[in-house]
Design a protein around this ligand. Sequence first.
Ligand code: ZN
Length: 329
Amino acid sequence: MNLIKSIMTNNPCYTSGRKISVKGLMLHSVGCPQPSAQAFIRNWDKSTYKSACVHGFIDANTGDVYQTLPWNHRGWHGGGSSNNTHIGVEMCEPSCIKYTGGSSFTCSDAKTARACVDRTYKSAVELFAFLCKEFGLNPLADGVIVSHKEGHARGIATNHGDPEHLWNGLNTGYTMDKFRNDVYTAMGNKVLYNEHDESYIGTITASKLNIRKQPSASSDIIGQHQFGDTIDICAKTDNGWYKVIYPNIGAGYVCADYVSVKPKNAPQSNDKAEVIKDNTPDSWAVEAIDNAVKNGILCGDDNGDYKLHNICTRQEIVVFLYRLYKKLK
Ligand SMILES: [Zn+2]
């Protein structure tokens, strides 16, 4: 990330000099076909420009980040109470789009537009990862990283659709959930499951399992799972929680200790794979077991029971090794 300091000291928001205690970060998109961050800075860095002020612009041609307010300065970006809590950053937009009213637009050069959006997205991820570290913020926690659009839905910002309107209008596949996950990863955290491949499902192994608002046992309970329920896993946090997206709730977290996870598209070349599912292997063993069955290394007993949690005898171990030896020979 190339960070260029270019504080808009003439903007009345800067001269008013109010500070905030930073609780979150709000992502914006400028809403007009102007890729140059410096063009905005030229317009906004005036004592007569009273309508807005943000903490940064991301240039759509270069991906450069221009810091335009001290990070802990109160900005004028979200309207509503988000100005008191959130840093606001604008991503510039490609020049080849043309707004036709509201957040609708047409695009004359999809390839160029996509390159611009990819550039600003990538820099925004790096910048937000940097700011989360700087201010000790958890990017996956509720309400920490929000878009302007989400801010409105939460009642803390004015009614805008950015930046999702741009991502959706260009069919980029970018979402705020992906963005938060990418920030989390960019901070050096491990995300085991990428929410966009949607390739892992979990089965609840506790009689009742609380769904939490945040990845913490003391966080608010927003729902409950029953034994045997299946869930689509989006991400696993480092501290042992699975993130799940619920249709009418949004993100929720369940304790990973009580979820058995397997790849959704695990090879199921024969009936035995189905039996394995019933035998509920631990998540870390699923792939190996599926492959062992598929390759004839592991076979069930006469009842189709794999007894996955039983202790192995010496003769059983030798049989497994012999089958593997024959397979590799
Ligand atoms: Zn906005």
